[in-house]
Design a protein around this ligand. Structure first.
Ligand code: ZN
Length: 431
């Protein structure tokens, strides 16, 4: 996985294509297989198994679910629904069954979407024992009277919940948390785009020549996974996390959106708003009341971590959501690249977000330092003005992000100016 920026969207999409067919759930071998593939790209990943029945705050780790096959034989003996064609065809966490029944008896076990007659819905039943099949409404309406045989070859037994994390240390113990979910079967934007983008972000962090901050990447099943993770790491997360991001729905190319933290004005909120404002001025700014993913747990009272969700189209707010239409054609290389870059820029800003002090009293004489030249493609006048504007706010009180906000420019375009001014000893990081 080389990380050429122009190619990265395609590489992330290729990676998603490799993982898409695996039947993931809250627990089970699909999650293990997925995390083993992540470990091929990130050898330091630590994979943990938490036994079924383990208590985590108010919750209990459920039995482990595994599935080998599932199908519905029609009256003529042909498979009318087949898990091997699409793993959405079975209700996730279905208990095993092998039974013959009439169409009327079968109906309560079938799920379809009359408003989206071509789509297979994604249905789960983690905490109530049942079984069922999901199919397009068109397929359902074509079912004929007669005797059907429902076969689900699954196991629902004591086992474990599997998750992974990776701590990439920096000079400081201050941490950035990047959390994504690995619990959906063949669904691309929600949630596969999240863990694959997070994996590429981890590779980028790993490749930095030096790091000021530490980075904690977490790949967990949604809800129960974050609750288990918090129950095991709460003290250190509270002590060290300065900003966090849940990474989900980052692969389509319709829009950008943000769910803020419950507090609403943490460092993570300010960084995310800054990046999205300069990436897509029309980005959708939700409130915490619209929360949907693990920011629910990370921001709950008493946990109070500074965690936001930076997304493209938010889960629940696109028609393909939780249906077979959220597939590899719904996420695009361009969409994934945009989601990846938005998050990478958040990390870049956090990494470079120091307060600087000017080292020369009054306005420095820029000409004798050669600082009337252009920087990159910016014209001379604009570059000189930007340098002077940065300098004038290097008073030890304004952070680089705050200066970018005052100047109304993306922080990532100012980073080279800060580096240049440090190099010329005109500014230094404030003590
Ligand atoms: Zn979902």
């Amino acid at each position: 996985m080389p990380q050429d920026d122009a190619q990265i969207g395609q590489e992330i999409h290729d990676f998603a294509r490799e993982l898409f067919p695996i039947c993931r759930s809250l627990t089970g071998d699909g999650v293990r297989e997925t995390l083993q593939i992540f470990r091929r790209h990130l050898p330091g990943i630590d994979i943990q198994e938490v036994p079924s029945g383990t208590k985590a705050f108010d919750w209990t780790v459920p039995p482990e679910w595994n599935i080998r096959d599932a199908y519905l034989l029609g009256p003529d003996g042909r498979k009318v629904v087949d898990f091997q064609r699409n793993n959405l065809h079975v209700v996730i966490y279905s208990e095993p069954v092998d039974r013959e029944m009439s169409l009327a008896e079968l109906m309560p076990h079938l799920h379809s979407l009359p408003d989206q007659p071509g789509a297979i819905p994604y249905v789960t039943s983690y905490y109530n024992r049942r079984w069922g099949f999901c199919l397009s409404h068109r397929e359902r309406q074509a079912l004929k009277e007669g005797t059907y045989r429902a076969v689900i070859d699954s196991t629902l037994e004591p086992g474990a919940l599997t998750y992974a994390d990776l701590l990439i240390p920096g000079e400081s113990s201050n941490e950035v948390l990047i959390s994504s979910n690995i619990c959906h079967p063949s669904l691309a934007n929600d949630d596969l785009s999240g863990p694959v983008v997070a994996t590429f972000l981890a590779r980028w962090v790993n490749a930095l020549p030096k790091r000021k901050l530490s980075y904690r990447f977490v790949w967990i099943p949604e809800t129960i996974g974050s609750i288990v993770y918090l129950s095991r790491h709460l003290e250190s997360l509270r002590k060290n996390v300065i900003a966090g991001f849940t990474v989900t729905c980052v692969g389509d190319d319709r829009t950008y959106s943000l769910v803020p933290s419950r507090a609403g004005n943490t460092l993570a909120d300010r960084v995310a708003r800054h990046v999205l404002k300069h990436t897509d001025p029309a980005f959708k700014h939700y409130t915490f009341l619209d929360r949907g993913s693990d920011e629910r747990q990370y921001c709950s009272p008493g946990i109070d971590l500074p965690v936001v969700s930076v997304m493209r189209s938010k889960g629940g707010n696109f028609p393909e959501y939780h249906t077979s239409l959220d597939d590899l054609s719904f996420i695009t290389p361009g969409g994934l690249q945009g989601g990846y870059m938005a998050l990478r820029r958040c990390l870049e800003i956090l990494e470079g977000d120091a307060r600087y002090t000017a080292k020369v009293l009054c306005e420095p004489q820029m000409g004798k330092r050669g600082l009337y030249t252009t920087l990159g493609t910016v014209d001379v006048g604009e570059a000189v003005k930007t340098r002077m504007n940065i300098l004038t706010y290097c008073d030890g009180r304004h952070s680089a992000l705050e200066i970018a906000e005052i100047l109304g420019k993306p922080a990532w375009t100012l980073a080279p100016y800060f580096a240049e001014l440090v190099e010329h000893e005109l500014i230094a990081v404030a003590p």
